[in-house]
Design a binder for this molecule. Structure first.
Ligand code: FAD
Length: 420
């Protein structure tokens, strides 16, 4: 059977995974329209958790990705002011492997994007770079490019990210993402520049460190086989309303953290320049697809969230896999509305839960010094070895690990299909 012609708008992680999954599972032809002239090194590190890495392994990407990843041997929570260890999980990467049969990988976003792009090309996906979509028609689906060219399709998958034009066209009114109140400084440091003996333990073995302080937190992890590290500083947003990303003033950044752990400050001494990124999100969308089944959204286009669970990209990858698997059963255009509704029913509750939990995690990460912070830190110290389901940091909370990392998007899609 010839299959449908599916156009994906956006070669971000979600769009690339949907493209791979569609070609792996079906004979549909797939064209990806990407505004950028080529894949760019936009962004920095990503934490890829077992719910997503199991999908990447299934795609055959272990050999391409493992050498680029850093698998943390430990996860440590620090008091912000003096760096005291208040929580710690040794053998963290091994624990993930044992529990979820898939790795916890810290990775540069560009490495993952390149590997997915290569795999998609092998699977026969057609790419058009420099193809910025400036308008949509959803009755007889088509995307109009900035050049005026009209690209027709049987289905449009909108994977066009936080500032999605497809979402706005679908909603029928301007729908810009909203500030969350926080912004991120995203720092990447090459280990060859790190000579201070006090910093050596951080770079000798891949690890994750989180400092939780009043209104702010910092997360540190290694990248590229442990040759680089990624440090994200999450602080109150002070960007002007019309700006969502801008070069940061290093002195301003240093002032915010001047009373934090001296070790963290030693890392910040090494930062020559950095950008600030406003963290944005959306209220939950009423729907991710239309009645005619001609448009469907995935990833940040429909569920951007605070990165405090590191699940934005992971869940965009899950969306892509589920969409590919469910659409593989579609033979006629008339099958689309029903199957896309199944996709929405399966995926929307999970992203809505993650969005809400990320807000809760923000509260716990940013507690001011006081009673609630003391209760949090006492629990951390008491459960240093064996965390309970109340553990305030979701990364080592057994129940949350099970919910987030134990999820298998592929198995979930199979379950839906078995009920048809
Ligand atoms: C500080 C920070 C840290 C983060 N850390 C993590 C983490 O550790 N783990 C994690 O899972 N997630 C993390 N995230 C979230 C993650 O980066 C996003 O959720 C993820 O990249 C979304 O993927 P996407 O494919 O939906 O969209 P995007 O990656 O934004 O891709 C959208 C693509 O669409 C293209 N496009 C847009 N408009 C058009 C158009 N009109 N025509 C054609 N192409 C178009 C864009 O050029 C882009 O290539 C973090 C985010 C931030 C800000």
């Amino acid at each position: 059977m010839a299959g449908l012609h599916i156009v994906i708008v956006g070669a971000g992680l979600g769009g690339l995974m949907a493209a791979c999954s569609l070609r792996l599972e079906s004979t549909h032809s797939v064209t990806v329209l990407e505004a950028a002239a080529k894949l760019q090194e936009v962004g920095a590190g990503l934490q890829l958790t077992p719910n997503a890495t199991k999908l990447l392994l299934r795609l055959g990407l272990r050999d391409a990705l493992a050498p680029k990843a850093a698998e943390p041997v430990s996860f440590t929570f620090h008091r912000y002011s003096d760096g005291k260890r208040i929580g710690h999980r040794q053998n963290y990467g091994a624990e993930m492997q044992r529990k979820f049969k898939a790795p916890f990988w810290d990775m540069h976003r560009a490495d993952l994007q390149q590997a997915l792009y290569k795999r998609a090309t092998e699977l026969g996906v057609k790419f058009r770079f420099g193809a910025k979509v400036s308008g949509y028609e959803f009755s007889e689906p088509s995307a109009t490019l900035k050049t005026g060219e009209v690209v027709e399709a049987d289905l449009i998958i909108a994977a066009d990210g936080l500032w999605s034009l497809a979402r706005e066209t679908f909603m029928g009114h301007p729908d810009p993402p909203l500030p969350t109140g926080d912004l991120a400084y995203r720092i990447v440091l090459d280990h060859s520049r790190i000579t201070d003996p006090e910093l050596k333990p951080f770079i000798e073995k891949p690890s994750v460190h989180l400092w939780a302080g009043p209104e702010a937190h910092v997360i540190y992890y290694n990248l590229r086989g442990g040759t680089m590290n990624n440090i994200v500083l999450l602080v109150p947003d002070n960007l002007p309303p019309e700006v969502s990303r801008a070069p940061a003033d290093i002195d301003e950044m240093r002032t915010i953290f001047k009373d934090w752990d001296p070790i963290l400050n030693k890392f910040l001494d090494l930062v020559p320049s950095v950008d600030k990124w406003r963290l944005m999100h959306h209220p939950e969308l009423p729907s991710w697809t239309n009645e005619q089944g001609t448009i469907v959204l995935l990833g940040d286009a429909c569920h951007p969230m605070l990165p405090y669970l590191a699940q934005g990209a992971n869940s965009a990858l899950e969306d892509g896999v589920v969409l590919g698997r469910l659409l593989s059963t579609v033979k006629e255009k008339s099958d689309l509305p029903g199957i896309l509704r199944k996709y929405e029913d399966l995926r929307k509750p999970r992203s809505s839960f993650l969005h809400k939990y990320a807000m809760k995690q923000r509260h716990l990460n940013h507690l001011p010094d006081g009673e609630e912070q003391q209760r949090r830190d006492e629990l951390l110290e008491r459960e240093f070895e064996e965390p309970s389901d109340d553990y305030p940091f979701y990364w080592v909370n057994p129940q949350m690990q099970e919910v987030v990392y134990g999820y298998d998007a592929n198995a979930e899609a199979e379950r839906v299909l078995s009920q048809l």
